[in-house]
Ligand binder design. Sequence first.
Ligand SMILES: [Zn+2]
Length: 330
Amino acid sequence: MLNLTKKFTGAFSVTGLEKPLAEIIRAELAPVADEIISDPMGNLLVLKKGKDSSKKLMIASHMDEIGFVVTNIEESGFIHVSNVGGINAVASSFQRVRFANGVYGVIVAESGVKPEDLKANKLVIDIGASDRKSAEKKVGVGDVCAVVPMLQKLGGTRYAAKAFDDRIGCVVSAYAALQCGKPAYDTWFVFTVQEEVGCRGSKPAAFRVAPDYAIALDVTAADECGNKNDVTKLGKGAAIKIKDSSVLCSKLIVDRLTDLAKEKKIPYQYEVLPYGGTDTSSMQMAGIGCAAGCISIPTRYIHSPVETIDMKDLKACADLLIAFIENGAE
Ligand SMILES: [Zn+2]
């Protein structure tokens, strides 16, 4: 699983430009797939046929990550940007960034801006160009970039990286696809696009699959220093989502995941998130609707370049997902 984590966190996959990561996932899963579809929006859909083909399970994890898009370039060569997705400007400032074409820069706050006034439009990128003309040889308006990939081992089984949201969801899904036995139902492992700008890719993907059951995999808030409203605790297992702002999970899925966790002795906790949204809601409301739930991965410092997870939780999430895939919903 660490191997997949390294591969996926190192890939370029800013919202709207997820193809490099999609190609890596396609190559990983091709040996076990019965069918693979790349849809018009860029979602990657990987089918594993099940024992009962009268029912369909859809699993969704999003490939995209937050980033920046170039809005204009100053005569001096400084590059102005706008956010792609929910940027935390303070957390994203004074970092190294990389564009899809491999150009590197540093993103900094405009001089004199107080931290409390810092927004994405007060951040500028310096790629080392001495004027606009030389900057434009490397970067143009509309180009997107993200913080430079980093995967850092911390103490014990904990790791920090940028874009664990939602590369680790993709890792859990891909690992399950590779490791699971014959699925109970025809199972579509879907790697979605454009989640960070409003769960957009999962909508047409769910319309295509028309699942009976659906499970999303995404990160959720974990215990951070000074936060008294801990949603989940790092290292305490897979988080079975009850709700977030976009969804009330199907009780059938919540109960089934709980029973499977107990039966297989997989550590679990519940997640009741008072904000946020995931692909769970798109799948729940697609077509005639379906029974949808979500396995969340406890993560600290979400949408920062140092998102932090515990690999034990990742394993618990994968074990729980595999148990559901193999045993079905009821
Ligand atoms: Zn996410």
